[in-house]
Design a protein around this ligand. Structure first.
Ligand SMILES: Nc1ncnc2c1ncn2[C@@H]1O[C@H](COP(=O)(O)OP(=O)(O)O)[C@@H](O)[C@H]1O
Ligand SMILES: [Mg+2]
Length: 400
């Protein structure tokens, strides 16, 4: 039985029909295997690529971080002095991949972690400048927005505006216009406002640098930034470089005990050298402002630097009247405002305080669901702001 069935199921190997169909079968199988082979091959290629990518990534993850530094001096084509952002100046070798021509003083470079050799030159930074300086092409503030301070405006016109607008006048007469003007006075008296107004009237680019921010946020880079900012001012000329809160960089330091102090000192030295170095007849003017002229380094006040020192005083009765008018002019006021009373009540207040009073008066109107401001809102606002002043002990002498 077994034998029989086997015989029946087993084809005759010599049967031509069988052989043909068997050949067809094998051909189909071969084709199928060929496609499978191709698929496997392409899969292999894909995986190979992935392995390569992962290898590169692994390499990247394994590579140690590089230190950053700045070129101080290039000694020859193999060695340079760099200042690392963390420590002292180092004499290091330059990798052969680095183009020696790109190594200029102050260029940013990446340093090998162990040998400190220069591996690559990094692109120069732009962002600290962008962050640190406000380039306000034309501030909106006008001289008419400044209450009082007529004499100070006149002086700024002569020292900043005139040299920018009519440089030939100084040339003809044969004198150098002042390079820099220093505004000083109590906070809130309108120094920043005045600097903006000058820039508005001269149509110059207005670059504002805030001293305290420079010192706090750019430790180790202050000096370099000062240089870059002057460069930037020259590129954007005619321009007014306004250094606000100068005391943060320009104050006198008796002992340079901490590295922070030394850093501020370096920034100050750079500022002085920039002030000394630039052409008074050029179309860059420096206006600086400080609340604390008493703590400024005397070097700052030497002639040839800020050779005009303009005091911005507390506003007197007349100026306070003008400042009230300026800040209330846009307000929707109903009835008469007793300015005489307001002026009397704001003895010892600054322009900023008066602006505050006006804003606060508007707030009183809003709280009372009115769309207009009344005289009482102003007197309430004075009471409120002076009360706040007393409680927060921010009181400016006399403003009660
Ligand atoms: N003399 C002034 N005339 C008009 N507004 C003033 C005057 N002084 C100060 N202010 C107002 O107070 C704000 C702050 O003054 P600001 O110029 O920043 O003072 P400072 O720079 O002297 O500390 C100004 O934007 C302005 O609204
Ligand atoms: Mg200011």
């Amino acid at each position: 039985m077994l034998k029989l069935s086997k015989e029946r199921s087993e084809p005759d190997q010599n049967d031509p029909a069988y052989l043909i169909s068997y050949a067809h079968h094998l051909e189909r199988q071969a084709r199928q295997l060929e496609t499978e082979k191709q698929m496997v091959e392409s899969e292999r290629l894909r995986l190979q690529r992935e392995v390569n990518n992962l290898k590169v990534e692994l390499e990247r993850l394994r590579s140690p971080p590089l230190f950053m530094g700045y070129i101080v001096e290039v000694l020859d084509n193999k060695t340079a002095v760099v200042r690392s952002t963390t420590g002292p100046n180092l004499v290091v070798t330059v990798s052969r991949q680095v183009d020696i021509n790109e190594l200029k003083p102050d260029a940013r470079v990446a340093l090998n972690q162990r040998t400190f050799s220069i591996v690559t030159v990094l692109p120069p930074t732009q962002d600290p400048m962008v962050q640190k300086m406000e380039l306000i092409e034309r501030p909106g503030e006008k001289y008419a927005d400044v209450g009082g301070l007529e004499a100070q405006i006149q002086e700024l016109k002569e020292t900043v505006e005139l040299p920018l607008l009519k440089p030939e006048l100084f040339e003809k007469i044969g004198i150098d216009p002042p390079k820099g003007v220093l505004l000083h006075g109590p906070p809130g008296t309108g120094k920043t406002l005045l600097a903006k107004a000058v820039a508005h009237e001269t149509q110059a680019a207005f670059i504002r640098l805030i001293g305290s921010e420079l010192v706090q946020k750019f430790i180790g880079e202050g000096a370099r930034l000062v240089r870059e900012i002057f460069e930037f001012a020259r590129e954007n000329a005619p321009s007014i470089l306004f250094i606000d809160e100068l005391d943060a960089i320009g104050s006198r330091r008796l002992d340079l005990a901490t590295s922070g102090d030394r850093e501020v000192q370096r920034t100050l030295m750079q500022l002085l050298s920039e002030l000394d170095g630039f052409n008074p007849r050029g179309d860059v003017k420096v206006v600086a402002a400080t609340n604390r002229i008493d703590i400024l380094d005397p070097a700052m006040l030497r002639p040839g630097r800020f050779d005009r020192i303009i005091e911005i005083p507390m506003p007197n009765t007349e100026s306070r009247h003008e400042i009230f008018k300026i800040h209330s002019s846009g307000m929707n006021i109903k009835g008469e405002v007793d300015f005489d009373y307001l002026i009397q009540m704001t003895e010892g207040a600054t322009g900023a305080d008066i602006k505050n009073v006006c804003t606060e008066a508007g707030m009183f109107a809003i709280r009372s669901n009115r769309d207009h401001v009344l005289n009482d809102d102003f007197s309430d606002a004075i009471k409120k702001t002076t009360g706040e002043k007393e409680t927060t002990a921010r009181i400016t002498t006399g403003f009660i």
